[in-house]
Design a protein around this ligand. Structure first.
Ligand code: SF4
Length: 184
């Protein structure tokens, strides 16, 4: 059995991970660290949805303090590269937790979403984990994304309308300026 930390962006994407990282192959611990989600009330809705799901599924989990300052400092003046910096920030923190808590492996629910850059997440995750002696587990849950969203809605879980940061919220709603949207 592999002991693995699952970096988790939200409840709906955790639904897919719960199916993949299940016993007896995996002993998963879910980690909620999302300083990239703004504003605070949106963060709180996503956290409540995540905690509700973890409770329903009786999964162990950890929530790290909400510190949007960390995300702001990570991307300031480099907004054009913000997603890479955002992934790096979150994966580094998750890898540090995995190392400190004696886990062997790390993965992320970012792999559940067709709206995220899987190749970049894999590249960063491999590099971050290699330097810490951890395995980074790459998977692809994109095919099941819309089923997971439907399932989350059936279960009454909140499903967010934009990726997370203020800039993604503007992209989602300021269609006159941005056209297509990145939902998650
Ligand atoms: S769009 Fe999403 S992945 Fe990119 S910086 Fe914003 S919250 Fe992070």
């Amino acid at each position: 059995m592999s002991r693995i930390i699952v970096d988790t962006c939200c409840g709906p994407c955790a639904l897919t991970a719960l199916r993949i990282f299940a016993p007896p192959q995996h002993e998963a611990h879910y980690l909620f660290y999302n300083p990239n989600v703004h504003p605070f009330r949106e963060y709180r809705r996503r956290l409540e949805s995540f905690e509700e799901l973890m409770g329903l599924e009786r999964q162990p989990y950890t929530v790290l303090p909400y510190e949007p300052e960390e995300w702001i400092r990570a991307v300031a003046f480099r907004e054009e590269s913000r997603c890479e910096l955002c992934y790096r920030l979150r994966l580094r923190k998750a890898a540090d937790v995995a190392l400190d808590e004696g886990y062997e492996a790390l993965t992320t629910t970012l792999f559940a979403s067709p709206y995220q850059d899987h190749e970049l997440v894999a590249l960063l995750g491999n590099s971050i984990c290699r330097s810490r002696g951890l395995e980074f587990v790459i998977w692809d849950g994109r095919d099941g994304y819309y089923d997971a969203i439907a399932s989350a809605r059936e279960r009454g879980l909140y499903t967010q309308p934009y990726c997370g940061c203020l800039l993604s919220e503007r992209e989602r709603y300021d269609r006159a300026r941005h056209g297509a949207a990145k939902d998650e």
